[in-house]
Design a protein. Structure first.
Length: 169
């Protein structure tokens, strides 16, 4: 298997973090989460960054972090759901990595996130409608990944499929 990084993109709640952990365990590779690195750098929660500094500030820090993690290879990169919106982020991530889009349905995503409250973009009256709206608006960005994986299934199966694809490369 090549030593390119494995980069996971996809909507909030599509299983990127759990799949990253599973892949890191199985391969014995390091994993990084862009959200976690942002929180560490800023010393505050993502919801507070959005609230106090705005989304564009968050996207700027996110872009710096994506650039830094893109310099490494042989790691698993768990990307925040909006990383795909910046074409330079995608170009940087492709240099040393293979980008997998975990594609989940709005219904599946809603089931996964409905009891969670930490995501600022989904703190709205009707999160289900917001998921469908954002997912629709982002579809063409997610489609720029190298590989699209049907993520409406258990984490172990998603991870197995990614490994199978990489082994056959
Ligand atoms: C976002 C997704 C979040 C986080 C931020 C914005 C988005 O990451 O980066 O709340 O724009 O989709 P997860 O996909 O890990 O929840």
């Amino acid at each position: 298997m090549s030593e390119k990084s494995i980069v996971l993109v996809g909507f909030m709640g599509s299983g990127k973090s759990l799949t990253s952990k599973k892949l890191a365990e199985t391969l014995g590779w390091d994993m990084v989460s862009t959200d976690e690195l942002i929180v560490k750098r800023e010393g505050r929660a993502i919801a507070d960054i959005f609230k106090d500094s705005g989304e564009s500030y968050f996207r700027k820090i996110e872009k710096d972090i994506v650039f830094e993690v893109s310099q490494q290879s042989g790691i698993i990169v768990d990307c925040g759901g909006g990383v795909v919106l910046d074409s330079e982020n995608m170009a940087n991530l492709k240099k040393n990595g293979t980008i997998f889009y975990l594609s989940a349905s709005p219904e599946y995503i809603y089931q996964n996130i409905k009891d969670q409250t930490h995501r600022p973009l989904l703190r709205v009256d009707d999160p289900q409608a917001k998921i469908a709206e954002l997912l629709g608006a982002r579809q063409s960005y997610y489609a720029r990944a190298d590989v699209i994986i049907d993520a409406n299934k258990p984490i172990d199966q998603i991870a197995e499929e990614i490994l199978r694809i990489l082994e056959n490369e």
